[in-house]
Design a protein around this ligand. Structure first.
Ligand SMILES: [Zn+2]
Ligand SMILES: [Zn+2]
Length: 319
């Protein structure tokens, strides 16, 4: 089951659903049916600000609405409410933007499925904290031991000796459930790496909008003289990273490491100094701006040159 499976269907079916929903007695929602973007954010949150409506969305998930539409009767029985008229009223408020009604019953529209996902990932509802725990690897700056902590929905890995932060990134608190700290770190590695690689590939990790990637010199960032800045043109989401992490899905870099027994897909990226600092980054040309990264592994070195849009323009293997 994937929350993303439904996107295409939700768009393709928009017109016919609108027609079906027009038969509904509640015609106030017709504006929302045709163009989902016409629903204002405040209306969206107002619609969701009711326990019964959230229960309905949750019940749809539990009754398998991802697979097949759920009947009115099944849905009514599942939600803790006695008055069917009242239940019907709340269900109608959701129908259109969050829930799709057809002859077979009710199922999610994409925004409804996203709300359920957000509730279960804990991004909307929970606050969690995890104190210091040991983390594999050593500090890029002083070689000291690393530890991790989770506060304010953000997981941070830092040096226990000098305090240098290796990585700090928002992580939904639902990801803490049923995981040991080792498993949490592994999940965190995949999650963050994935986000950086998505952004580097031009896709916003927050909204899937188009991302512009540039190399930035002397940014405000404390430890980095050279950084990569990703900015989403759609939602203005900003992500800053080392040049190194953008190479984590670069084919030649992956191959160089895998031929020397290191799998960059699974090895926590913060254990590589070139991923968490700019110490192995050298400016080789000012205009146009080009920088070189020297990646060491097994006694060899891969030198990778990127241009101002952080595209790899040259790689050299040094034995
Ligand atoms: Zn340190
Ligand atoms: Zn975005």
């Amino acid at each position: 089951m994937s929350q993303f499976d439904r996107t295409a269907g939700a768009d393709a079916g928009a017109e016919t659903d609108a027609a079906a929903d027009l038969d509904d007695a509640d015609r106030d929602l017709t504006a929302a049916l045709r163009t989902e973007s016409r629903v204002l954010p405040a209306e969206v949150f107002a619609t969701l600000g009711n326990d019964t409506r959230v229960d309905i969305l949750r019940a749809l998930l539990e009754l398998g609405a991802d697979e097949d539409p759920v009947s009115f009767t099944d849905l009514f029985e599942r939600v803790d409410i006695d008055d069917s008229a009242n239940f019907n009223y709340h269900l109608r408020q959701l129908t259109g933007h969050f829930v799709k009604r057809s002859d077979d019953g009710y199922e999610f529209r994409y925004p409804g499925r996203k709300v359920v996902s957000a509730i279960f990932t804990g991004t909307l509802t929970e606050r969690a904290q995890v104190g210091f725990f040991p983390v594999e690897g050593s500090c890029y700056d002083c070689d000291g031991d690393l530890h991790g902590w989770y506060v304010d929905d953000t997981l941070t890995v830092g040096c226990a000796d000098c305090g240098a932060i290796q990585v700090s990134y928002p992580f939904p608190s639902g990801g803490l459930d049923d995981r040991t700290t080792d498993e949490l770190l592994q999940a965190f590695h995949h999650y963050v790496r994935h986000h950086y690689c998505l952004a580097a590939d031009g896709v916003c990790p927050e909204c899937t909008g188009a991302v512009e990637t540039t190399l930035v010199r002397d940014p405000d960032e404390e430890d980095l003289d050279l950084a990569v800045e990703h900015v989403c043109r759609r939602c203005n989401y900003r992500l800053r990273s080392t040049v190194g992490v953008t190479l984590l899905d670069h084919a030649e870099t992956l191959l160089f490491f895998s031929e020397r027994g290191v799998d960059l897909n699974t090895e926590p990226f913060w254990t590589f100094d070139w991923c968490v600092s700019d110490e192995r980054t050298t400016v080789v040309s000012e205009d146009p701006l080009r920088v070189r990264l020297s990646l060491p592994c097994g006694g060899d070195e891969l030198r990778v040159v990127v241009d101002e849009s952080v595209t790899v323009v040259e790689t050299t293997l040094v034995d």
